[in-house]
Write a protein that binds this ligand. Structure first.
Ligand code: APR
Length: 315
């Protein structure tokens, strides 16, 4: 049985997701957007590449939730993206309203779906999506850590002149300026990173990773990053659909793990056909713990702001 994958939001990331999912033949794609023409146009455009690229899936574009009915996976990118000079947190008010509409749409039509959220500010929006939809916490996850980690690995690979694939690493915490790249948990071809790079260069790379999204926005002027975010979202969807049980850094619901309760934040999780199957607790040293807690504090504060915008979130 082919899987049905719905993409809510057919903008820059949504369109790229549709293309990657098609090329990987992960399932039939429904592109949903309030701007119906964008969804229909992109679906048709990608569908017309099937004869060239030879993939066997169907794509449709729609603005009607009925067409998304009984989806196996839903990836949400609906919302506005940052403009130069904006932080992810500046998007909160607008994207919270959009996510409420999305949650209402998907809970009626696809109550069994595994939902991957990409809309920013990620940690708070994914938590709002879980609360508004009422889906179980193992079925709602946020994509950010894979992207942040891939940026960290890419910058390290350029500095150390090794393929990014040879670097094993992780970025924890919230998807914002307080994210926590973990040099002590980074290995390059089996060697600890700290033996290969001096502190000065490492600090610069950590800072560039934290500002990785803003660097791209500055170049693009209109819109934000979309290729690497889409590739990262697809990795989660693939691990779920194929039950690969990959350990991936994602924004997941914490229920006591890492000393955090009732909050979404970036941690390594195992993704299989039950959704989030396990949160992996890495041992953190004092410094890493402090940085992680600072990041958690920032996510909590933003969630408090969200509950002031919409008191329904307190429920
Ligand atoms: N329902 C469905 N789609 C919506 C809704 C809604 N209620 N509101 C807006 N959209 C659609 C827009 O019409 C647009 O096509 O969401 C799409 C967003 O696309 P882009 O503006 O191109 O944004 P994109 O770069 O894809 O980023 C989307 O992901 O990484 C985050 O910060 C980013 O929050 C942003 C989101």
């Amino acid at each position: 049985m082919k899987k049905k994958i719905t993409l809510i939001g057919a903008g820059q990331i949504g369109g790229t997701l549709a293309h990657l999912i098609s090329i990987k033949e992960l399932g039939d794609v429904v592109l949903f957007d309030v701007a119906e023409g964008i969804a229909k146009g992109k679906a048709l455009d990608i569908a017309q590449s099937t004869s060239v690229d030879g993939f066997n899936i169907n794509l449709i574009g729609t603005s009607n939730y009925e067409d998304t009915k009984n989806s196996d996976v839903i990836i949400v990118t609906a919302g506005v993206s940052r403009k130069p000079g904006m932080t992810r947190d500046d998007l909160l008010g607008t994207n919270l309203k959009i996510i409420k509409q999305v949650a209402e749409g998907i809970k009626k039509t696809s109550p069994k779906a595994f939902v991957i959220c990409i809309t920013n500010p990620l940690d708070v929006i994914v938590m709002a999506l879980q609360k508004y939809s009422g889906f179980t916490t193992n079925k709602v996850i946020g994509m950010a850590g894979i992207l942040d980690t891939s940026r960290f690995k890419y910058f390290l690979s350029q500095e150390l002149k090794v393929p990014a694939k040879d670097i094993n690493s992780i970025v924890l915490g919230g998807h914002g300026d307080t994210m926590v790249p973990m040099p002590n948990h980074t290995m390059v071809k089996g060697k600890p990173l700290k033996k290969l790079i001096n502190k000065e260069k490492l600090d610069l790379i950590i800072d560039r990773t934290r500002k990785g999204g803003a660097e791209i926005i500055k170049y693009l002027e209109k819109g934000s990053a979309f290729y690497a975010p889409a590739a990262s979202g697809v990795e989660i969807a693939e691990s779920y659909i194929k039950n690969l049980k990959k350990t991936l850094p994602c924004a997941a619901y914490l229920n006591g793990e890492y000393g955090v309760k009732n909050l979404y934040a970036g941690v390594p999780v195992v993704i299989g056909n039950n959704g989030v199957e396990k949160v992996i607790e890495l041992p953190l040293d004092e410094n890493e713990k402090n940085n992680f807690n600072l990041s958690i504090k920032a996510v909590k504060e933003l969630f408090d702001t969200a509950t002031k915008i919409d008191p329904d979130l307190k429920k």
